[in-house]
Design a protein around this ligand. Sequence first.
Ligand code: DQA
Length: 138
Amino acid sequence: MKIIIINGPNLNLLGKREPEVYGDTTFENYFSKLQFKFKDIHLEYFQSNIEGELIGKLQEVGYTHDGIVLNAAAYTHTSVGIGDAVKAIEAPVVEVHISNTFAREEFRHVSYISPVARGVILGFGLQSYDLAIQSFIE
Ligand code: DQA
């Protein structure tokens, strides 16, 4: 089973960025724990701050991977293009967020991904990614 985690803008700053919201662990550190936990699956990670690169990656893996865990970060709330890419590809996408976006500012309550995602997991901190991977395995 091939699964990829795709992270959007500013998530390369995890560990340093607003630790009270996003925690104090870097994603690279958490990702190596996930790889250890899910040894039996092929797990990849991609991050970009650029909308077009995220769309390009979705198109690239959309026909080769069994599942995509997508945290489009701020683009979640603005990008028709990323929503269209998720709709276009074959691989199922689980939308994740570290924080509970519904408990935050109103502009974070809108998602262009949710209507085209298989499911949404949010508010569990970094564990949201773990739960999304489990949803593909089970
Ligand atoms: C986020 C929530 C978004 O609103 C925000 O722009 C992010 C991170 C999260 O994982 O909680 O960058 O996607």
